[in-house]
Ligand binder design. Structure first.
Ligand SMILES: Nc1ncnc2c1ncn2[C@@H]1O[C@H](COP(=O)(O)OP(=O)(O)O)[C@@H](O)[C@H]1O
Ligand SMILES: [Mg+2]
Length: 338
């Protein structure tokens, strides 16, 4: 595989040297929005009622779910990663568990629930756009009571990556993040898209317990109700967030610690879709941050992971297991001191 946006030598050296705290069973814990994605693509994938049958160009059936894709990328970068969730007693559920395990994710907290079907997303893709039909099933079955103190205490870091989709957990998230912080975990939150586009939920109650907030540009604006990105980022810091990363698609990303904004441009890639790019970005960033790497290196890893996934179809295919070739060009960075 060709890695277009390679991290620098220095970043790789730090990644391999990184100090890991082995006192906990896991580096990372996340909540599984466990489901499969059926991605149907072609020149004309628009369904036509009246019993019309259309032939399409291609399809891919793969594990989906932001947190699941995140967990796979994190495990592939060497973080000891566990996921809490449920699958149905069906072939899609077995596919999900197999994929997680193949990527190195610990599935001891994934149970089979015979009363629910595994979640399904059907994505119809044409002309760089897509329409998605989602059957929730196991995606939102977790309840706050499933997140025990013992589970939280087993990890160094808690990441939540599909805030608005986990409707079962949603009311309990502020308390879960508060408990995680009390138990000494660091926390990160990628809100991802709100399918209802309301953007209010109880996010304001979670932000004081969030070390790293990881939205894309549009999400940052909607959540903060600010039209300018700089003001959106500043408002998150005011609410208690330590670090904000903002994903900017083919324009790369930025990270802001309240003192300075560090930007990272990327060479645009094409040929894939955008499924899971942001989730692998999150995993790349945390794989550096949990090794105490400087923010520049974390952003470097994050963009390498995001752009690699963006260059392939589906959210798993482009994930980086290790970063094979070395690149020393650091001209992509632009740091703006405040
Ligand atoms: N077309 C692209 N070319 C190069 N890198 C990309 C492209 N799309 C995404 N990326 C990388 O993946 C990261 C996350 O993608 P993005 O689409 O912004 O996130 P999200 O999926 O959360 O909306 C970006 O910050 C960038 O580093
Ligand atoms: Mg995203």
């Amino acid at each position: 595989m060709i890695v277009v946006n390679r991290p620098s030598d220095q970043t790789l050296a730090m990644l391999y040297r990184g100090i890991m705290d082995n006192h906990k069973a896991f580096d990372l814990l996340t909540f599984g929005d466990l489901c499969v994605d059926l991605i149907v693509s072609g020149d004309d994938v628009r369904p036509q009622f009246g019993q019309v049958e259309k032939l399409v160009g291609d399809y891919t059936l793969e594990m989906g779910g932001s947190c699941s894709l995140f967990a796979c990328q994190a495990a592939r970068l060497g973080l000891r990663t566990a996921i809490l969730g449920r699958v149905g007693d069906d072939s899609f559920g077995r596919l999900v568990v197999r994929r997680l395990q193949e990527c190195g994710v610990d599935t001891r907290y994934v149970s089979v629930d015979p009363h629910v079907k595994t979640g399904l997303g059907i994505a119809l893709c044409q002309d760089n756009d897509r329409a998605i039909l989602t059957y929730m099933g196991t995606i939102n079955v977790l309840q706050p009571g499933d997140v025990t103190g013992a589970l939280l205490a087993s990890a160094r870091h808690l990441h939540h990556g599909s805030y608005y989709l986990h409707t079962g957990l949603l009311p309990g998230i502020p308390d879960i993040f508060r408990r995680a912080k009390q138990l000494g975990l660091s926390t990160s939150l990628d809100p991802n898209w709100d399918p209802q586009e309301l953007w209010d939920a109880n996010l304001a109650e979670v932000l004081p317990y969030t070390d790293i907030l990881m939205p894309n540009e549009q999400e940052a604006r909607f959540i903060s109700h600010q039209s300018r990105l700089a003001e959106a980022v500043a408002s998150f810091h005011t609410q208690g967030v330590r670090l904000v990363t903002v994903k900017l698609g083919a324009q790369g990303a930025l990270v802001d610690d309240g003192q300075a904004t560090l930007r990272r441009a990327v060479a645009p890639v094409s040929g894939g879709d955008s499924i899971g790019a942001g989730d692998s970005f999150d995993a790349g960033f945390l794989s550096g941050w949990l090794r105490d790497m400087p923010l520049k290196g974390c952003l470097d890893l994050a963009c390498a992971c995001g752009s690699s996934v963006a260059s392939q179809v589906g959210g798993l295919a482009g994930q980086l297991r290790f970063l094979p070739q070395i690149h020393t060009d650091t001209s992509w960075y632009q740091s703006t001191k405040k």
